[in-house]
Design a protein around this ligand. Structure first.
Ligand code: TMP
Ligand code: ZN
Length: 404
């Protein structure tokens, strides 16, 4: 039995995928054993948090070999530019504003503030991506954010007008320490906003590949508002984002510093309607996951039996759960095409499917392509218009397996 990391109540298992490798640890030598852990998710009936039952030590995931760089997608670059613009607007009437970003990755967002001389600090535990941020003129600290670091930052720089984090808060196991750090670092009228994959979307679309080692928490307005209250904070707004296959951005302020918008009430209502506050709301998730995985494997096996080549597109972290759970390996997929230099020439975790450059894909495109980077579908379909016009087909799988 695992306990909820927020409130210590006993978790009820939603899904158990069994043994899994680390999603972003692309394999250099396929003969060396990989680190494995048991991937399963539980629901807390007390505070409504949905979280991993077993966690991987952060040093196994975020280190000098971390392969995920935010700047590989133009849609993401635009998304982060918009965040920077929103921050600039929020701080426009503030005297000596100070902006902190948790998990600033390669500086994709903060570079826009750095360029205008706005006081900022990026916190990034992966040294290699932090170095990229430095090169972009971003002030970075290579560390994990927690309450102790928050106190240090306040001593060194003062309180923060804005604290933000994209796809990072859900990575941090000691979430209570993050939130108590936030309540220390925020100025009286400061805003903390963060965005992560939205539980509502995961359940509605059955997008189970969002579940992997790095994502310790699967947030909803229900769980975030409860978590915020424990730390003297309040959920004052929420907005839904298209990126990463459906995310929610939560805005928090110190209790009483802001007025919750109607959107908060609306999301809470929608989530309750889906029964995300009851174990029952998760009862058929596991069955739906099995159906999609089974359908995908059958389709790929049929195509393969007909002698078709199948290549996969985008060596995403997410795909580690999908490919390993569905049992789709190098017997069905020739290689995965990816544009990230640090992934090319390596092998996918667990399945050991080789990762090759995009040039390889362009040189000899297959008839069928498994779209692992489904969250970038619009961008990729635009890029691959010629491929599709010439008969190339993408296989997608949420909420059901489709050839399009
Ligand atoms: P993400 O879903 O975590 O953002 O990762 C997307 C992966 O897909 C990343 O490794 C880069 C890769 N990718 C391509 O290979 N081609 C593309 O056109 C895009 C948008 C992403
Ligand atoms: Zn709980």
């Amino acid at each position: 039995m695992s306990k909820c990391r927020v409130c210590c109540a006993e978790l009820k298992t939603v899904i158990d995928f069994g043994s899994m490798p680390i999603s972003n640890r692309f394999v250099v030598d396929p003969h060396v054993d990989e680190y494995k852990f048991n991937l399963s998710v539980g629901f807390c009936p007390e505070c409504y948090m949905v979280e991993l039952e077993e966690c991987v030590p952060p040093s196994e995931m975020f280190n000098a070999d971390y392969t995920f760089f935010s700047s590989t997608s133009t849609a993401m670059a635009e998304h982060f530019h918009r965040i920077a613009d929103e921050i600039k607007e929020r701080i426009s009437d503030k005297v000596q504003p100070f902006v902190v970003e948790l998990g600033c990755n390669d500086g994709i967002m903060l570079q826009h503030l750095a360029a205008q001389g706005i006081a900022h600090l990026g916190i990034e535990p992966s040294a290699n991506v932090a170095l990229k941020a430095c090169e972009r003129g971003v002030n970075v600290r290579t560390d994990f954010f927690n309450a102790t670091l928050a106190r240090e930052i306040v001593r060194e720089y003062g309180h923060a007008t804005v604290v933000c984090g994209s796809n990072v808060v859900c990575h941090i196991e000691d979430i209570n320490s993050v939130f108590s750090g936030i309540s220390e670092i925020l100025s009286e009228e400061g805003v903390f906003f963060f965005e992560d994959p939205y539980l509502f979307d995961i359940i509605c679309k059955t997008s189970f590949d969002q579940i992997y080692d790095e994502h310790v928490y699967y947030f909803s307005a229900l769980s975030v508002s409860n978590l915020a209250k424990r730390h003297g904070l309040e959920l004052v707004d929420i907005s839904l984002q298209e990126v990463h296959g459906g995310e929610a951005r939560y805005y928090l302020m110190k209790q009483g510093a802001g007025h919750p918008s109607a959107r908060v009430e609306e999301r809470l209502r929608a989530e309750k309607q889906l029964k995300l506050d009851k174990y029952e709301g998760y009862s058929d998730f596991s069955q739906r996951v099995k159906k999609i995985s089974g359908d995908l494997k059958v389709l790929l096996e049929d195509l393969s039996a007909q002698g078709e080549r199948i290549v996969a597109y985008g060596a995403t972290s997410k795909s580690t759960t999908l490919l390993n759970y569905a049992g789709v390996g190098s017997n069905l997929i020739e290689y995965v095409s990816d544009i990230t230099p640090t992934k090319i020439g390596k092998y996918c975790p667990g399945t050991l499917i080789p990762v090759k450059s995009y040039a390889e894909f362009e040189k000899n495109p297959p008839l069928y392509t498994l779209l692992l980077a489904w969250n970038h579908k619009n961008e990729i379909f635009l890029k691959e218009e010629t491929y599709r016009n010439q008969g190339g087909r993408f296989i997608t799988f949420f909420p059901a397996v489709v050839v399009e």
